[in-house]
Design a protein around this ligand. Structure first.
Ligand code: HSE
Length: 308
C-alpha cells in the first residue's frame, strides 16, 4: 500500500471538570487526509483545501507531528500529505488535533503499524503544541482511541480508555467567532485554591465512575467546572444564557468545548439531544452571531481509514 485516505474526527476536550485530561470523540465532523509514500525523503504537504494553513511542514501541525514520527523511523522514502480541512481552526472541537493525528495515523498504516496508539499520541503532541503553545493530549487521545479518554500523563504518554454509556448524545453549537487556544490558556490563573481543587477532583473522579456504571444522574452531577469555565465563559457570547436554558430543557450538562467558542451539551437519548439543539437555535437565532448546531453520537471508533 502506497497511499491511504483517512478521516480524522472532531473531539471535545476538558468535558467541564477535566481540564487538559478528559475528552470524547464526535461522530459528526472530521478532516479528510490522503497520505502517500514518495521517493524523495522528507515530509511534504502538497495540498490544503478548506482553510488557509501553512504548507511548510515545520509550521503545519500535521507536518510537525509527521516530522516527529519521521525522525523515529529509518526509511529511504518520504511522505506527501493532502489535507481536506472540514473542522474550522479555532472552533474548539479539536481542529489542530485532527490534523496532528491524521498524518501520523496514515503514515503508521503505510509503514505496517510499527507504532501503537500511545506512541502515535506522543508524536501528535508535538504537532498540537504548535497551535496551543503547550503540550497536552486531551483532544488527541479521543481522536486516536475513540470514545471517552483520560490522559493520565503526557510524559510518558499514558491514556486510559473510559467506557461510553450507550445512550449518551452530544449537542454542539459553534458560534462563529474565533478564540485562539493559546490566548484562552493565557487568561487562566496559575494557581487555584484548595477548596476549588477538592471540588474539581471530586467531579473528575465521580464522572469517571459514572461513565463506567452508566449512571446518567451522576454524570449530570459531575459535569461541573469551578476552575476554568468561570474565567473563559466571558469569551463566549450568550454562554450563561445557553447553559441555563439547556439544563432547564433537560440536558445532563453543558460546558465549553476545549478552549471554545464551541459549547458542548451531553444528554441522555437522541430525543433530548435534539430538543436541546432546538433550545440553542432559539437563543442564537435571536442574536447577530452566525452559528452551527449539530447533534452527534459519541464516536467510539476514533480516526479511521476511508475506503473509496
Ligand atoms: N485542554 C485544552 C484547553 C483544549 O482547554 O486549553 C484545547 O486545546
Amino acid at each position: 500500500m502506497d497511499s491511504i485516505k483517512i478521516i480524522s474526527p472532531a473531539t471535545v476536550a476538558n468535558v467541564s471538570c477535566g481540564y487538559d485530561v478528559l475528552g470524547f470523540c464526535l461522530d459528526h465532523a472530521g478532516d479528510e487526509m490522503i497520505i502517500r509514500k514518495v521517493e524523495k525523503k522528507g515530509i511534504f504537504i502538497s495540498k490544503i483545501e478548506g482553510y488557509d494553513l501553512p504548507y511548510d511542514s515545520r509550521e503545519n501541525v500535521a507536518g510537525v507531528s509527521a516530522l516527529e514520527m519521521y525522525d523515529n523511523i529509518d526509511v529511504d522514502f518520504g511522505f506527501e500529505i493532502e489535507i481536506f480541512k472540514n473542522i474550522k481552526p479555532g472552533s474548539g472541537i479539536g481542529s489542530s488535533a485532527a490534523s496532528a493525528v491524521g498524518s501520523v495515523f496514515g503514515m503508521n498504516e503505510l509503514l505496517g503499524r510499527p507504532f501503537n496508539k500511545t506512541q502515535l499520541t506522543a508524536f501528535a503532541i508535538k504537532g498540537e503544541a504548535i497551535a496551543s503553545k503547550c503540550e497536552h493530549a486531551d483532544n488527541l487521545a479521543p481522536a486516536i482511541f475513540g470514545g471517552f479518554t483520560l490522559v493520565k500523563s503526557i510524559s510518558p504518554v499514558k491514556v486510559l480508555e473510559i467506557p461510553t454509556p450507550p445512550n449518551l448524545f452530544a449537542t454542539m453549537v459553534h458560534p462563529q467567532i474565533e478564540i485562539k487556544t493559546a490566548e484562552a490558556r493565557a487568561i487562566l490563573p496559575k494557581q487555584i485554591s484548595m477548596d476549588k481543587a477538592i471540588t474539581q477532583w471530586a467531579n473528575v473522579g465521580s464522572l469517571i465512575h459514572a461513565l463506567h456504571t452508566n449512571d446518567y444522574q451522576l454524570i449530570k452531577e459531575s459535569l461541573v467546572d469551578v476552575v476554568v469555565e468561570p474565567h473563559r465563559s466571558a469569551l463566549i457570547p450568550h454562554f450563561d444564557v445557553v447553559k441555563k436554558a439547556v439544563l432547564e430543557t433537560g440536558a445532563l450538562g453543558c460546558g465549553i468545548s476545549g478552549s471554545g467558542p464551541s459549547i458542548y451539551t451531553l444528554s441522555e437519548g437522541p430525543e433530548m439531544a435534539e430538543k436541546v439543539a432546538e433550545t440553542i437555535k432559539n437563543i442564537f437565532s435571536k442574536t447577530d452571531i452566525a452559528f452551527d448546531v449539530f447533534v452527534s453520537k459519541i464516536n467510539t471508533e476514533g480516526i479511521k481509514i476511508l475506503k473509496d
